[in-house]
Structures are given as structure tokens and as C-alpha cells.
Design a protein around this ligand. Structure first.
Ligand code: DGT
Ligand code: CA
Ligand code: CA
Ligand code: ZN
Length: 577
């Protein structure tokens, strides 16, 4: 059992207890265990083997015993007992934004709602009207939430699917007789959500490869197991996801990889070009009649049709067919020279300033900027001006002690409801780099959202608008926003717009980032890390930027510290005039 799986079971117990009206203290005990196990850097099984579970923070003797029971038997009596008292489908309700365990319990006890489908019917039939704690606005909100869930049903965030796909790929590569295994489908294209995972391999014995695949631990159900194709369902967090494996001859690996990478629309475009020449293209190769023109590599396939090899992120039939060549300076991970948006224990991060800086340096960065939350973010432990002044000194002290990386102190400043910023200019001007973002009062009013963002962009000290749309993938829709107007003003004032690389956000999204770049805005790709390991989300931001077709020169943090400094100073100079 992985750390994440164990953590989820303890979180589920907390939720089940909460639904049954247990007191907050007991609920919290289980939630703490979940948090600790989730955050643990080492494998929980190793800790258990060393007999050190009870030494973990927040884990007492009783919790340690429960953990140990779960790890050794794969089950937990308490969980099974709790589940007997609660309908299986009730937990579905918690996927509705802002519907917590308490409200779920009320819906169940007072109205008899036990599933999402029943909640929907109850809302439509007016059954919730008059129920305590369910005003008209709340009910409307839940209704939208359910519609949103339905529209995203079954799709998994790329950050959640990726590690599993890599694990399965590597496990296949380790099978005897498997000469190659690669990712395909939307995952390889770096899409923000994944419908199912696609793997492609070549092997001497196809049926044996498929058998090995369907026997992996974590497989919940085998949907198909043939000679060249296997499909399984695996558990991924609280979701189930399908994984497709195809086995192809090594000779046609390129054709198959091209075919199964997609997208479908891209493949239609490629096939049209083949047909124009009187050729046929399928997963085995490019043919003129019976004669194979190309099949071994993707490059061969594309080249035979006079097309460049398209990086997978470009294969969406958006703009790739208009390119005569793929730009040599399409942004890539090795261009990234720094990360300019992250948090520390000074606000809601989990690691200290020194730890974040060391981790940034270890990733080869030349510049790092610490941007903790501003005073209004009470939940995120935002910094009041006096604490910020001390924080500035703390970051400067870390900067003094480390070499080989430029260390900046900034802040992530809330854009307040009326467009005012959460610190005055007298405070902002003491920072090296200012990130501004909307966290409160996200409205459905497009004009209002746009106006407050524009106000922030016009502040001479604001250098980056973070996660401009405020969306949370699979959880909260983007707020309506006039991205075009924002981008034009960002370009005019010398303010960058973010591609937030957290796979919960990926905001700006690919098409908006492309639009913003086309209008002249600089894009900054940041992880918004709240812990050192989250710095590793950068590749997802870069994939999004590649899908937008951004070049190295479009990306602020693909420049060095001096150029970024000049970007900041130029805006200040320009505004002073
Ligand atoms: P997803 O799974 O919804 O995130 O998106 P994809 O793109 O991974 O789609 P998927 O898994 O259905 O298929 C993987 C690739 O295989 C797809 O991008 C193109 C190719 N493919 C699958 N079915 C067809 C088809 O009927 N026609 C063509 N031309 N290609 C297909
Ligand atoms: Ca797929
Ligand atoms: Ca598939
Ligand atoms: Zn942030």
C-alpha cells in the first residue's frame, strides 16, 4: 500500500466520522494521520518496518496501531464498521464544490439523499427548499456544481495520472521480452486532463506482455486481454481510470506511436495529406498499395509526407499544420532558469525559506523568488506589513548565506474585491518582484473581474498576475474574464501573466497563453509550490506552454536574473514618467 492510498483511507475515516456527527477532536485525529502520511517523504511501510510509526508527528500510539493494522492486513476494521452505517454512494456528494460532510449528513438524514443522482433529483423537485443551512443561493450553487462535475466526469488531472503512467511504463519495460514501452494518447500530448491512459509497447511475446500488464498490483478489473491489446481499470486516488496497452511489432512502432498519440483531429489532418498522395496511413504504417513507405519511426512517417516531426504537445490540429517548421526555440524545460512564485512556512507553505531556496538551487535554477501571501489571506496565514518586514530580512539573510543562485523576496498580494491591492505602494516598492492574484470575491461578473485585474496590472510594482482565471481543474470553473483586454494591458505595461504549473490550476490554460503571447504579453511559468517537492510541477507548466506554441523569448523565467530585474525596473521607470 502506498503512502497516498493509506492517507486516503484515514481521510475517509475522518469524513465518515464527521458524517456520523463525531466530535471534531476525534475527526481531527484521523485527518492528522492522513496529512502526515501523505506528506511523508519516506515509504510508510519502511517506517512501519522500523517500528517508528508512533514517532511520526501527530501520530499517537492508537493511531500507530491502526496504521500498522492497515499496512499489514490491507484492511481496517474501523473503516469497515463505519462504512456499514453510511450508504456507499453518499461520499460522492463530497465531490460537489463546498458540500462538506456536515451538509452531506443533513441531506441524508433530513431528505434521504444518498447519491449525486438523488441530490440532483431532490434539487429539481424543490425538496431542499426550507432545509436548514440550504438557502436558495446554496442550492443554486450545488446545482451548478453537479453540472460541472458531470461535464468533467471521469477525467483525471494530468498531475495525478502522470506518476501512475510512468510507474506502469517502467514496470512494462522491466518485463522479460519487452523491448520498448512508451506513453501515448493525451498524456503524451500534455493535456490538462486525461480520459484514459495509453501505453504502447513492443515485445517478442504479445500475449505474455498483455498477461503481465493485467496482473499488475493495483488493477481493479480487467476489461480486455487479447493478444495485442489489454485494458484494465486501476484505482487512482478517489477515481478509477482505464489504462489501455497495445503491443505492436517493433517494425511499425513509429506508425503505431503516431497513431495512438493522436489527437484524433491531428490524425485526421495527417491522414488527409496521405490520401492526397494516394497513400494510406494506419497504425501499421504509411503505404502505397502494398508497399511500405514508412513505419519504423514517427520522423519517417511525417517526413515522407513532407511534414516536420511535431512535438506531441502540438498535435491538436490548432496551428501545427500552418507551421512550415517547428520552431527550434519552442520553450522546453531546460530553458527554465528560475521559479518566481512559491510559498514558505512564513505563510501557508510547508518548508522554510532556506529549504525552498536550496531545493530551487538543486533544480539548477539561477534565480528563485519567495512570494508568501499578503495580510488579507487569513486562512493562508498572510503577512501583515510588520511581519513582512521581518520576512524580508529573513530572506535576505538566506540570500547572503547561499551562493550560485539569486534569491529574491516578493509577495503574492491579494487583489481585493474593488481592485485595490492588499499592500500599499510604500510596502510593494520594497519587494524585488510582486505577484498579484485574485483569491477572494471571485465573481460571475466578467466586467468586474476584468476591471479589478486591470487595476492590479496598472500598479507600477506588480510584475506578474498569478493564475489569472482562478479555475481549479475538475473543481471550480474559471471566473469569466476578458483575457484579451487583460493581455493587451499586460503587454502595454510590462506585466507578465502566469502559467501556473500546479496541475490543479494550469492557469492560464494553453489557448489563453497563446492568445496573450500573440497580443505581446510576457508569460511566466511558476509552480506556486507550497513545499519543495511541488517545485517538480514545472514540467506540466512547460508542457502547457508548448501546447500554446510559446518560444523561449516569450517566457520571462527563461531569461536570466539580470533580464528579469530589467523587466521589473523598466515597468517602474515607465510608470514614474
Ligand atoms: P483521452 O483519453 O480522452 O484523454 O484522449 P486521447 O487522445 O488519449 O484519446 P484515446 O485514448 O481515445 O485514444 C488515443 C489515441 O488513439 C487518440 O488520440 C488517437 C488514436 N485513436 C483512438 N481511436 C481512434 C479512432 O477511432 N480513429 C483515429 N484516427 N484515431 C484513434
Ligand atoms: Ca487516452
Ligand atoms: Ca485509450
Ligand atoms: Zn501562490
Amino acid at each position: 500500500m502506498t503512502n497516498a492510498q493509506a492517507a486516503r483511507i484515514f481521510e475517509e475515516i475522518a469524513v465518515l466520522l464527521e458524517i456520523q456527527g463525531e466530535d471534531a477532536f476525534r475527526v481531527n485525529t484521523y485527518r492528522k494521520v492522513a496529512r502526515t502520511v501523505e506528506d511523508l517523504a519516506s515509504d510508510i511501510n519502511d517506517v512501519a518496518a522500523r517500528g517508528e510509526l508512533a514517532k511520526l508527528p501527530g501520530i499517537g500510539k492508537a493511531s500507530a496501531e491502526k496504521l500498522s493494522e492497515l499496512l499489514t492486513t490491507g484492511r481496517l476494521a474501523l473503516r469497515e464498521e463505519l462504512r456499514q452505517h453510511v450508504p456507499d454512494t453518499l461520499l460522492e456528494l463530497l465531490r460537489v464544490p463546498s458540500l462538506g460532510p456536515r451538509k452531506a449528513a443533513l441531506l441524508w438524514r433530513e431528505v434521504g439523499v444518498t447519491s449525486l443522482a438523488e441530490l440532483k433529483t431532490a434539487i429539481d423537485n424543490g425538496k431542499l427548499v426550507g432545509l436548514k443551512g440550504f438557502g436558495a443561493k446554496t442550492i443554486e450553487h450545488f446545482k451548478h456544481g453537479i453540472e460541472f462535475l458531470e461535464s468533467t466526469a471521469g477525467r483525471v488531472r494530468i498531475g495525478k495520472a502522470w506518476p501512475m503512467a510512468i510507474y506502469l511504463r517502467d514496470a512494462m519495460r522491466a518485463q522479460p521480452g519487452v523491448s520498448r514501452c512508451e506513453l501515448a494518447g493525451s498524456l503524451r500530448r500534455g493535456a490538462e486532463t486525461i480520459g484514459d491512459l495509453d501505453l504502447l509497447c513492443s515485445a517478442v511475446d504479445g500475449p505474455a506482455a498483455v498477461r503481465a500488464f493485467t496482473a499488475f498490483p493495483g488493477v481493479l478489473q480487467v476489461l480486455a486481454a487479447g493478444d495485442t491489446k489489454g485494458s484494465v481499470l486501476i484505482e487512482l486516488g478517489n477515481q478509477r481510470v482505464q489504462v489501455d496497452l497495445r503491443v505492436v511489432p517493433a517494425d511499425s512502432f513509429g506508425a503505431a506511436w503516431q497513431y495512438f498519440t493522436g489527437s484524433k483531429q491531428h490524425n485526421v489532418g495527417v491522414r488527409e495529406r496521405a490520401v492526397k498522395r494516394g497513400w494510406t496511413l494506419n497504425e501499421y504504417g504509411l503505404y502505397e498499395g502494398e508497399r511500405v513507405i514508412a513505419s519504423k519511426t514517427e520522423e519517417d512517417i511525417y517526413a515522407a509526407m513532407g511534414l516536420p516531426w511535431y512535438p506531441p504537445e502540438l498535435r491538436e490540429d490548432r496551428f501545427e499544420f500552418d507551421l512550415s517548421a517547428v520552431p527550434h526555440d519552442l520553450i522546453s524545460l531546460d530553458h527554465i532558469r528560475g521559479d518566481l512564485h512559491m510559498h514558505t512556512t512564513a505563510s501557508d507553505g510547508r518548508n522554510s525559506i532556506a529549504e525552498m531556496v536550496a531545493a530551487a538551487k538543486a533544480r539548477g535554477y539561477e534565480i528563485v523568488c519567495i512570494t508568501d501571501h499578503s495580510q488579507s489571506s487569513a486562512i493562508a496565514n498572510g503577512l501583515k506589513p510588520d511581519r513582512l518586514m521581518q520576512h524580508i530580512r529573513d530572506v535576505r539573510e538566506v540570500a547572503r548565506r547561499i551562493t550560485g543562485i539569486t534569491v529574491w523576496v516578493g509577495a503574492e498580494v491579494d487583489i481585493l474585491a474593488e481592485g485595490r491591492l492588499d499592500y500599499g505602494d510604500d510596502v510593494l516598492e520594497q519587494l524585488d518582484f510582486v505577484v498579484a492574484s485574485v483569491h477572494v470575491g471571485m465573481s460571475q461578473d466578467r466586467e468586474l473581474n476584468t476591471r479589478r485585474t486591470l487595476a492590479a496590472i496598472r500598479n507600477p510594482f506588480v510584475n506578474l498576475i498569478a493564475h489569472p482565471s482562478g479555475r481549479l481543474i475538475n473543481r471550480r470553473e474559471a471566473m469569466p474574464l476578458d483575457v484579451e483586454t487583460i493581455a493587451k494591458e499586460a503587454a502595454r505595461t510590462g506585466t507578465s501573466l502566469e502559467i501556473n504549473a500546479s496541475t490543479y490550476r494550469l492557469d492560464l490554460k494553453d489557448q489563453h497563453a497563446r492568445l496573450a503571447r500573440d497580443l505581446g504579453a510576457k508569460i511566466c511559468i511558476d509552480t506556486d509550490a507550497h513545499s519543495t517537492d511541488q517545485l517538480d510541477q514545472m514540467p506540466f507548466g512547460v508542457m502547457t506552454a508548448r501546447r500554446a506554441g510559446l518560444l523561449r523569448g516569450d517566457v520571462l523565467n527563461a531569461q536570466g536574473p539580470e533580464a528579469i530585474r530589467e523587466f521589473v525596473l523598466a515597468k517602474r521607470r515607465h510608470s514614474a514618467r
